[in-house]
Structures are given as C-alpha cells and as structure tokens.
Design a protein around this ligand. Structure first.
Ligand SMILES: [Zn+2]
Length: 179
C-alpha cells in the first residue's frame, strides 16, 4: 500500500449513472452475475456472460477461466462467444442477439463482440467502479478504453446498455482482487 493508492480511488468523483432494466434484461443479466460467482468459486476473476437470441433462447453462457486455463484471453465474454459457432447462426441472427456481461466488457472483449456481429450488449458493473475493486496493482489494471468507444467505431450498430444492477454485479468482486 502507498499513498497514491487510496487517493487515486478517492479522486473518482463521478461514476456512470445506473440504467434501469426491464424484466427480461434483468433476468439475463442476473444469469451472467450467477456465472461471475461460479467463476470466482473456481479460482478465476469474477466475471460471467450470457448470450441470448432475439427470441429469448440462451445461446451460450460462460464464466471467466483465466486462472483455470492460464489463458489470458479466457474472459467470460470470449468464452461465451467461442461457444457460439456450433449454433450455426446467421449474421442476422447474431445481430439480433444480446450479450450480457456481469462487468463492462474490456477492450479485447469489445473487439470480439464487434467481430461476432452481435448487435446489443447489456453489462452490470462499469469499468470505473471495477477499478476500485482492482486497486492500483499494476498487473490488475485494465486498459482505459471504454467498450462504447470500440462500438462507436463499428460500421454496424452495437447498442450498449449499462451499468445496470450495479450492487448485484459488484457483490462477486468484494474481496476478490486481493491476490
Ligand atoms: Zn474482456
């Protein structure tokens, strides 16, 4: 611990406002949050993701598996996206799908979501609030580029909703970044 540690956290004066979800989005985001707890119980960072079709079918769901696999790209969103090909979905079907993520997608996952052609993202805790849990340890810091900046650079529209259910999405992170 050093002095910059607490002061940098305290310097964050405004966080993104919470978005209120409808029943359906709330249901699936809570499912992603359940996966975040499951990932933590298995020794991974607490993130979960669920991909749902326009008709409401769960197409893929996954937790983060960085620690289990040693794969730095094994984020929940990537793991869920990698479960999709067996579904043989058209680009139109993917455009109508929603990816739910317990935490705001990082720049890598935002890029993968772009390539997937998925047209809608709903996330729980935002990157700014997550940084308080991550602390200032250099190896736990994220690249500070919002997923929205990646989506805005996309030639096809990617709707992005969040942060949402912040308290529920935060719970899995409490005490999870100490080691
Ligand atoms: Zn990621």
């Amino acid at each position: 611990m050093n002095n910059s540690n607490s002061s940098s956290n305290n310097n964050i004066t405004s966080y993104p406002a919470e978005t209120t979800l409808d029943e359906r989005d709330g249901r699936y985001l809570r499912k992603a949050i359940v996966w975040s707890h499951a990932a933590r119980r298995r020794g991974n960072r607490p993130f979960g993701s669920v991909i749902v079709s326009a008709a409401g079918e769960v197409l893929a769901e996954a937790g983060n598996s960085n620690a289990e696999t040693g794969d730095c790209t094994a984020h929940a969103e990537i793991n869920a996206l990698r479960a999709l090909p067996g579904r043989k979905l058209t680009r139109e079907e993917l455009a109508g799908a929603t990816l739910y993520a317990s935490g705001e997608p990082c720049v890598m996952c935002a890029g993968a979501i772009f390539w997937s052609n998925i047209g809608r993202v709903v996330f729980g805790i935002d990157a700014e609030r997550l940084r308080v849990f991550r602390g200032e340890r250099q190896d736990q810091r994220d690249a500070e580029l919002s997923c929205r900046d990646v989506f805005l650079a996309s030639p096809h529209a990617i709707e992005c909703i969040g942060p949402a259910l912040i308290d529920e999405a935060s719970a899995a992170h409490d005490g999870a970044w100490k080691t």
